[in-house]
Ligand binder design. Sequence first.
Ligand SMILES: [Zn+2]
Length: 331
Amino acid sequence: MSYANFVSLNRKAYAPSIIARFARNSSFKVLGQEEDKERINQLFSLLSLSETGAVLINHAKEQKYRFKMNKGMFEYGGANPYTKVVNLNPKYNNGRLVGTLAHELRHLMQYSSGAMPEINSLDFKSYMMQNRAMEADAEALGVLVSWELKKAGFPDSWNIYKKESPHLATAFENNINISKEKAMTETFKAWYDNKALIDTYDSFQVSDLENIDEYDDCKFDKKLSSANIIKMLCKDPVTEKKYFTEADSLLEEEKYITISDNNKKRAERFLNDEMLIEEYGVKDFSYKKLPVRDDARYKKAKKSSGKKTTNKRVDYSSDAIMIAQNKLLGR
Ligand SMILES: [Zn+2]
């Protein structure tokens, strides 16, 4: 059965009353105590009220992921494609966690589309573009789901996005009357406005490189173009059609590949290493062409832009998710 058929046949089965039942004999394995299972089932019930959420749920079910409330974690949540476990932090309320769940389930879908954090094979620039786009897309989906939940009478998740990532919520809100595709594209693009967040994700990438202890498998020669990445990631899960309304080359543009001076220097320190080049034959100089952010100018612009900064303020909500992923990936 094709995925499209699978989804359309099953979509009706996700009415909340059924989810509550489905919870008990679901093919989702919920790890942990009864109360944790209850909570996870509540989140699935809530998520299933969003059309997009229901499709994300179906996909995770098909992929046989397991779910866990993890009291020990510091982050909102994390998804591990190797162990097939999604962790959520019970400390946060359902409004927050339903957005996190949507974000994590979207990552599972990205993995199925061929996006994987192949730190050993992609060149630095390709990995960076993919890594950033995965987060931008997962957040765009989180915002979309929260919008759909608001329309269904459950505004908590939307209100959290409005408060904590206003640049994303505003980008979506200002464009949803034009089209869903445009709203998702603008939300995706708005993700790149948070430069501190980008730096954090990039710094995880560099740390991952620095922590590689086995150079034998290091190639760093596989390339992904902006068009490859957009084609792989930017699909509406409901229609299965591309949602991206901008040029496919967008991710090659300066704004999308600008890197902090510090992260670029760290990348260079690693990749320009004599041993790596001579003994292991690594020749990845893709970092060299990445434009460096003029941090002084960025700071000044931030200071002088007055009210505008609320739209582009620094938020770390998604870093937390990234930290979780990295930890759970054991990297
Ligand atoms: Zn993420």
